[in-house]
Design a binder for this molecule. Sequence first.
Ligand code: GLP
Length: 332
Amino acid sequence: MRLVIRNDYDEVSAWIAHYIKERIKQFQPSKDRPFVLGLPSGSSPISFFQRLAEFCKAGEMSFENVVTFNMDEYVGIPKTHKESYYTYMNTNLFKHLDIKPENINLLDGNACDLEAECRRYEAKMASLGGIELFVCGIGPDGHFAFNEPGSSLTSRTRVKTLAYETIVANSRFFGGDITKVPKVALTVGVATVMDAREVCVLITGAHKSVALAKCVEEGINHMWTVSAIQMHPKGLIVCDEDATMELHVKTVKYFKSIEHVHQSLIGKENLGLQGELLTAEASTAKTTHNRGHDMLVKQLLSAHHATKYLTEEEDEEIDTDDKPRLLKRRRS
Ligand SMILES: N[C@@H]1[C@@H](O)[C@H](O)[C@@H](COP(=O)(O)O)O[C@@H]1O
């Protein structure tokens, strides 16, 4: 798992927006091979949505061959309700993009047969070959989508009763009146999200710091459903400094050191893309002209996942040009 720590919410949003842009560009989607993107709701994504809209407007990227799937939808409020996720997504993102309406997928919380609607949604994802990148937000109790504490880690898209904490938290969108918050929703499951080829979780704010610590430092637990990301082969968490409040200092230093090495080796190479945003695969693909460098990057990136914590001294040395020696030291 990769943990990227940025100073604040703005930097986290910028990072995620750039990351999505680069992933879509690298994928080179076409009509027959679209990029399938999973998207979250909640207030956290709003800033990265705005940035994606700006990229699109500036012609820096296109959603023409992107298919989206949203995570969840309330049951029992009209689609056009100002707090439905349908309205939220259109207002905050879709109407600002060049995305084709038929490429937008949202659960229908007013379907006559809600269970059939959930099955339809899963089948549609599967028919497109699954989700390439699922971006998630979380609640302070570590839920993502509406996978509340205690949700099965093998759950799929289904009808879900909301936890009291979630109803209280979301009442801010319903004039602070918890009686107006829907108590039931449709949501993708934990396994639905974890089936994506890559999962990126956005976590900001001190109120989510306990959830981040549970997710990163403790075991996989259905009471903190986002912790399921530990089992994902390509899990990425992007958080701000405030959200790291409950992490051990050594955990923060460890993940920062990994990012530091990643940038010093990949980011400093002018590969035509922003180094820090590259996935390991994309980095290596871009360096086939240089097999030595290719091997080094591959080795170091896999070493990241296996090494012990860096000492202060090693951390200082990351900037040296003696990369092979550094690699050797880290493996010893
Ligand atoms: N169903 C949504 C989740 O998908 C979202 O992650 C969470 C956090 O929202 P916020 O980003 O506003 O903290 O809110 C709701 O419960």
